[in-house]
Every structure is written in structure tokens, then in C-alpha cells.
Design a protein around this ligand. Structure first.
Ligand code: UDP
Length: 327
């Protein structure tokens, strides 16, 4: 069985769905703090899923999973992931993202489970020194969220050497869209991400969408990011899992489309897809936002055979259908 932590959340749930559709048996471990019980109920209809409500911060909770189920490998999504919050409350982030993960990997070692796919982030790179960013780019995170993820990357490296724990580290860039059948979707509270915030503003007259900064050193003054469709990202996890199964060797991959889009461009795509004018206000820059981030994902293509299939328009279309349901 495959253990998936954080599968009640956005990327975890889409990946769990992918594994269920492949006929894999999964055990989901989630504390439902930011994820949703409704998402788990939906996933249960799609295949063989056992849900365990537990918190990685409690060693007994996670140890019990390995005691009670025959786990062969782990996909680890459970984490806090809001940059601004991590600056204000680093303790919360280190406790959960680092100590929680330590509890997980220690339980794995104790129970002789030696394969993990880990959700990391382009936030581990910090301010880019060159673009596109490849896996060898220096890592100097500029916020505690990025630091927690980098710390885990280092732990995984050391545990590989000492205990033979094999990991595939996936460094995500930006993620958008939802399941093409709209069974599950992006559901954060509060929502901080670009695409759902634009769509909420389009659907709710009292929801204000802000563009944070239009004075960046970019062609239209707004930040440039690399938006991967969540289904493409889920597929990368399946490929990473298969890679670990077959090669039993540790690797690191960037996951992005290798194409940068500005905030303004994403906003224009949303207006085009919805065929309506969406209200927007320009605000001050958000702290810790680099001007440009986009990936070199050649390694994931070459080694995993990963290809993205969905455009940003596809992501906006499905995200819009999902937002209408959330409303
Ligand atoms: N952004 C924005 N308004 C919003 C949310 C995001 O202008 O309501 C901008 C943000 O400043 C960044 C980009 O959109 O330049 C992507 O932000 P998001 O929070 O979606 O992802 P991040 O890049 O922080 O992981």
C-alpha cells in the first residue's frame, strides 16, 4: 500500500486521485486542518482508499499507521504552505513542516520503509541568480516556508547516506486548475493564490482581487511565474513513484512548464475564458515575491518522461467550474 500524507489538500488530493485511477491502493493520512473531509469522501468513491485522521506532529499517530498497514512507499504532501504566514509565524512552520516530517521519516526507518516522494518547492531557490531555474541553481530561501522545505531536503539527503532512504524530491513551481471532471479542486481558506482569487472576484461582487505590484522589472511590471496544471503535476508524482520503484535511487526534479506568465497575462486569460471584465485593484508589492520565477524542467522530461499536457487556459477553465461549485 502507498501512504499519502496531506491527500485532503489541493495537490495531494489530485495525486491521490491519479493513483486511485491507476488502481493503486492508498492509505491517506491527514489532520484535516487545511484539507477537507468532503475531498476524502469524493476520493473514496474512486478506488481503494483508507483514511486515517492523524497529525504528523504526534509521533504515535504516524507510528500507528506503519504498525497497522503494510506500507511500501510514501508520498508526502502534508505541510503548511503560505509564505506570508511563515514569515509571521515561523514556529508553526518549523514545527509542522520539519518536525512533522522528521516524525514521518523516523517512523519509516523504524518500519523499514525506504521510499519517499517529497513535495518541495521553487521557494527553496530564493531570488533567482539565473533563469530558467534548473535543479543545480543555488538554494538560498528568502522566507521560513522555503527554509523548512530546504531543511527537509537536507534531512532526506543525510538519511539516504546513513539509512538508505531513497527519495524523489519534486520542486514545484506554481500550480493551477483542477480535476477535469471537477470532482475535486483548489480549496484554501483563506485563499492566497492568483487564479482562484481572480475567479472569486469574477463570481462575487464583494470579493476584491488585488494585483500585488506593477512596478517590477518585467515587461508589464507584474511578477512572472510558471503555472503548471495540477493534473500534469499529479502525473509527475506517478512517474516519480514508478522511478523510485524501478531504480531505487534518489533524484531531484523541477516541475514547471518552462514558460513564464505575468500576473497581468493570467488576469487577461481569465477575462478571455470567462468573456467578462473582472474588477481589479493594484496594490503594494507582497513581501518576499521575486520578480521572475520559471523552471528548467528538462531533467524531469529526460529522466521521468514527463510532458505537460494542459495549457494555462485549461487550468483556468476547470478552476472556474470548481469555483462556481464552491460559491
Ligand atoms: N498575486 C496577486 N494577487 C493575488 C494573489 C497572487 O497579484 O491575489 C500574485 C503574487 O504577487 C505573485 C503571483 O501572483 O506574483 C503568484 O502568487 P501565488 O500566491 O499564486 O503563488 P506564489 O508565487 O506566491 O507561490
Amino acid at each position: 500500500m502507498i501512504l499519502i500524507t496531506g491527500a485532503a489538500g489541493y495537490i495531494g488530493s489530485h495525486t491521490a486521485l491519479k493513483f486511485l485511477e491507476e488502481g493503486r491502493e492508498v492509505v491517506v493520512f491527514d489532520n484535516l486542518e487545511t484539507g477537507h473531509a468532503e475531498t476524502i469522501e469524493t476520493l473514496k468513491k474512486e478506488g481503494s482508499l483508507t483514511f486515517i485522521k492523524g497529525d504528523l506532529k504526534n509521533r504515535e499517530d504516524i507510528n500507528a499507521v506503519f504498525e497497522n498497514y503494510n506500507i511500501s512507499s510514501v508520498l508526502h504532501f502534508a505541510a503548511y504552505a503560505i509564505v506570508e504566514e511563515s514569515v509571521k509565524n515561523p514556529l508553526k512552520y518549523y514545527n509542522n513542516n520539519v518536525i512533522g516530517t522528521l516524525n514521518l521519516v523516523n517512523a519509516m526507518i523504524e518500519h523499514n520503509v525506504k521510499k519517499i516522494v517529497f513535495s518541495s518547492t521553487c521557494a527553496t531557490y530564493g531570488e533567482p541568480q539565473y533563469l530558467p531555474i534548473d535543479e543545480n541553481h543555488p538554494q538560498f530561501p528568502v522566507n521560513p516556508y522555503g527554509q523548512t522545505k530546504l531543511t527537509v531536503e537536507k534531512i532526506l539527503k543525510d538519511y539516504d547516506k546513513a539509512y538508505n532512504l531513497k527519495s524523489v524530491i519534486l520542486r514545484y513551481f506554481n500550480v493551477a486548475g483542477c480535476d477535469n471532471k471537477i470532482r475535486i479542486g483548489e480549496w484554501h481558506n483563506p485563499e492566497t493564490h492568483l487564479v482562484p482569487n481572480i475567479l472569486k472576484s469574477a463570481l462575487n461582487t464583494d470579493y476584491e482581487f488585488n494585483i500585488y505590484g506593477n512596478d517590477y522589472d518585467t515587461p508589464d511590471g507584474t511578477c512572472i511565474r510558471d503555472y503548471v496544471n495540477v493534473n500534469d503535476l499529479a502525473k509527475a508524482h506517478l512517474l516519480a513513484y514508478k522511478y523510485l520503484e524501478q531504480k531505487n535511487s534518489s533524484e531531484i526534479f523541477n516541475l514547471g512548464t518552462e514558460h513564464g506568465s505575468s500576473v497581468k497575462e493570467i488576469f487577461d486569460i481569465c477575462q478571455k475564458v470567462l468573456n467578462k471584465e473582472i474588477p481589479v485593484k493594484f496594490r503594494e508589492r507582497r513581501t518576499g515575491d521575486p520578480a521572475k520565477l520559471f523552471a528548467n524542467s528538462a531533467k524531469a522530461k529526460r529522466i521521468l518522461g514527463w510532458e505537460t499536457e494542459h495549457s494555462v487556459e485549461d487550468s483556468v477553465k476547470t478552476a472556474y467550474e470548481w469555483e462556481k461549485r464552491l460559491k
